[in-house]
Write a protein that binds this ligand. Sequence first.
Ligand SMILES: Nc1ncnc2c1ncn2[C@@H]1O[C@H](COP(=O)(O)OP(=O)(O)OP(=O)(O)O)[C@@H](O)[C@H]1O
Ligand SMILES: [Mg+2]
Length: 381
Amino acid sequence: MDRLSPSSAPNAPLTGAFGAPAAASTSRPAGNRPAGAGLLAPQVQTLLHRPEWLLGTPLFPSRHAAVLPGEMPLIISVGGGKGGVGKSLLSANLAAKFVRSGLKVVCFDLDFGGPNLHTYFGVDSRGVTLTDVVVTGQKRFEDVLLQTPLQGCTLIPGARSEGWGREGAVDPAAMGQIYDAVIGAKSRFGADVVILDLGAGTQFHTIDMFLMAHLGIVTALPEPTSIENAYMFLKTALWRLMDHVGARSRKLRSPQLIKAALNASDSQGFQSRGYAERIRGLSGQDPEFIRYLFAALAGRRTGIVINQARNQQDVNVGNSMELIASRYFGFQSQFLGYLNFDDVAWKSLRNRRLLAIDFPQAILSHRLNDIASRALSLFGI
Ligand SMILES: Nc1ncnc2c1ncn2[C@@H]1O[C@H](COP(=O)(O)OP(=O)(O)OP(=O)(O)O)[C@@H](O)[C@H]1O
Ligand SMILES: [Mg+2]
């Protein structure tokens, strides 16, 4: 069976079939990495450079920069569909836990509606933001990169989307520049891990940034509106993933045909068979595209985090969401853990200091630690 070359340009359309990534021969046990080394072990790099991951990433107009094996950062996006569910709190505090493990982190504030990740870190962008790079072109990413109070963690501060593109959508050319900076963040900024803090909603630019990650975290509160939005977020991500797979495998009509068939069954009322199962059932129509789609689904991980949990019932929502994200939507999902409701969250924010630094002994900090460890362990780190 053909294998895609792992060194194929990340933004080039993919052709050929898929195989399992080759096992790296020289590997150091994950837990054996010296603190502060800032390097991901070779076997981790092999996992990150999988063609299956690439197949589901958006095909933006970009410089088609080739990222060589060994140069890929672990990309983690934090989304969830709804506002105020703790995406930024999680993003900033995951960064704190990662740097403590010796990893170098770059955070991108990609909340185009109301960026405020800088406030969680207690830093001031002084008005120099992502807009100056990707909209006006007056700065380079390196010029806007801010040092945070965490040694080993920098931030690309975000800016509101007015003027970024028509009808609230971010211009694909701007998105392409962000994409290049994210996938190239290891060689460009020395990042082992890139964290993408996303805005609320299911606009395509938000979903595309979610799908760009090796691990996309869906954050939700244990309440119906938030859970509904999380499911809408996953459905939009699945729909969008089909488009990306279609574009990268040059099967542009296939996503439309599959979506039309799924919409037709949806219009008949509630379907107990999930999208994943119904898509499998359509295999006879377009076997190659459906094989690519499942490869892309297998090439990325979805994490579930329940925030502001107050009791065991709230925590259990995370297990149910994991099941639905996997079985109904087809994403490789894992409940990464919960965060308890705690006033230290707003106290640290009011102090403009990181929770993990301000209140390291709080139960909430321990829960963040657990989530960070589980996220890394998915990639053998
Ligand atoms: N576990 C928690 N306990 C108590 N308060 C919390 C908790 N998590 C988050 N909060 C509070 O909820 C608010 C929203 O959190 P955050 O800014 O992280 O959400 P968000 O999902 O990034 O929102 P947006 O979509 O507007 O960017 C903040 O005031 C934060 O302090
Ligand atoms: Mg936020």
